[in-house]
Design a protein around this ligand. Structure first.
Ligand SMILES: Cc1ncc(COP(=O)(O)O)c(C=O)c1O
Length: 462
């Protein structure tokens, strides 16, 4: 770590942080006696904290974000040059990087033709919800306004996104929620028995549960279905065989718009540009954020089809006819400038292929761990987006106590490897270890992560 700040300066930073910073998703009582962790610097797959301790980051900045790794000078330069030329202008006007990134991105998303800029995953999802509501008013007298979301999925932190949230611990105590959001069952096959599902054709069964909800609510009241392609914080849930095909059929049958939340999977995390592209899905809306510029600048995008776009300009005499929405920082040019360079890096360095190859390797290594440690109930995931569900009884699939799951995370941290776990998501089911190393990960990096987890499991469950 380069010593830009002296140890004295750093103790001041730590004390000031303790005094003034309200950290995200954190219970602060322990920070009265323990130092908060301050991350000072990053390079490649590694970060250094205030004590100079080096960590291998197996979660890309904690929340699946820094996909191309730390210390990318070319992104910094692209942002530097762009903000000197023009940092900002409201999104009612265009910008050079905004236009060029839209072209590059949409080339990779056949069927999607329009891009709306904003600056967080939650915000992008809110935009889609607003579009669905406005379409309901314009086409269906306001009736087809309900939005379906799935148990265990997460779509963001605002009240409307929490109303569409399938993670009850994220939403608890923040109600009352926005009306018009309706939950459908999850599709985690490992927990099928708890849902009373049949043993055969689980994927179709899980999709059919969505149809059941549609029929109960009335198809003429449902405007959209919002789903993660692979559920992230709800337990890294890869969809079962046959699920997506049936979901698409159901949406077509009842004229329900399909909104795919790619905030985590988008721009390479699963080895394709988008998670939905593994499953032949044709979305009406796609939202993305974290990996779009790998966290080098705040940027989120909503993309949609020309058909949806056309609905917002068919009557120029109506003053309410267009999408009356703005996102101030959606006009920051640093976002698309960083995103363009981020995409160039992924292409030129072959990071989608590396993600697939290293993801397969890591899955294999985690499966070996499963043979060794009887607390691993299931390993699942796609590309470098993997999870290991821990159980206290393999046969009964009893979820592991989350304190013990956190102890595994803590032990890895002690070894200098940062891994994640489902956290304040699902009552009783915060039991999945999460791995999402940057797409540049090598076999050596994966081995180091798996060795740390092996050691941690051995110690915590000795
Ligand atoms: C699937 C998914 N959607 C949306 C969001 C919200 O994104 P943001 O925190 O940028 O608002 C997240 C954040 O973790 C997410 O995992």
């Amino acid at each position: 770590m380069d010593g830009t700040l002296s140890q004295n300066d750093l103790s001041h930073v730590v004390e000031t942080d303790r005094k003034h910073i309200w950290h995200h998703l954190t219970q602060h009582k322990p920070l009265e006696t323990n130092d908060p962790r301050i991350i000072i610097e990053g390079k490649g797959m590694r970060v250094w904290d205030q004590k100079g301790k080096e960590h291998l980051d197996a979660v890309s900045g904690g929340v699946w974000t820094v996909n191309v790794g730390y210390g990318r000078e070319s992104i910094a330069k692209a942002v530097h040059d762009q903000i000197l030329k023009l940092p900002y202008f409201a999104g009612s006007a265009g910008s050079i990087p905004g236009s060029l990134f839209a072209e590059k991105l949409l080339e990779k998303m056949p069927g999607q033709t329009r891009l709306y800029y904003c600056n967080s995953g939650s915000e992008a999802n809110e935009k889609a919800f607003k579009m669905v509501r406005q379409i309901a008013h314009k086409k269906y007298g306001g009736k087809k306004h309900k939005i379906l979301y799935r148990d265990r999925d997460y779509h963001g932190t605002t009240i409307a996104c929490l109303s569409a949230g399938g993670q009850d611990e994220r939403g608890a105590q923040y109600g009352p929620y926005t009306p018009g959001f309706v939950r459908v069952p999850h599709c985690l096959e490992y927990r099928a028995a708890e849902q009373g599902a049949p043993v055969e054709n689980y994927g179709e069964w899980a999709a059919d549960q969505i149809e059941q909800v549609i029929l109960q609510e009335g198809p003429d009241t449902i405007g959209a279905l919002c789903l993660e392609p692979v559920t992230a914080g709800g337990g890294v849930i890869t969809p079962p065989e046959g699920y997506w095909q049936r979901v698409q059929e159901i949406c077509t049958k009842y004229e329900i718009l399909l909104h795919i939340d790619e905030v985590v999977c988008g721009v390479g995390r699963t080895g394709e540009w988008f998670g939905y592209q593994h499953y032949g899905i044709k979305p009406d809306f796609v939202t993305m954020a974290k990996g779009v510029a790998s966290g080098y600048a705040a940027i989120a995008c909503l993309t949609t089809t020309e058909e949806v776009f056309e609905m917002f300009k068919d009557n120029t005499d109506d003053p309410l006819n267009y999408f009356r929405d703005i996102s101030t920082f959606g006009g920051c040019t640093a976002g698309p400038a960083a995103a363009l360079e981020n995409m160039r890096i992924i292409e030129d360095e072959g990071l989608l292929a590396n993600c697939t190859a290293m993801g397969d390797y890591m899955l294999e290594r985690l499966n070996e761990l499963q043979d060794k440690h009887k607390v691993i109930g299931q390993v699942r995931g796609k590309g470098l987006f993997l999870g290991a569900e821990l159980v206290s009884d393999l046969e009964a699939r009893t979820p592991m106590d989350e304190k013990l799951v956190q102890a595994v995370v803590g032990d890895c941290m002690g070894q200098g490897v940062i891994i994640g776990a489902t956290n304040r998501s699902l009552p009783g089911y915060n039991n999945t270890l999460c791995f999402s190393p940057a797409l540049i990960a090598s076999k050596d990096d994966i081995d180091e992560i798996v060795t740390a987890v092996d050691g941690a499991l051995g110690r915590v469950f000795a």
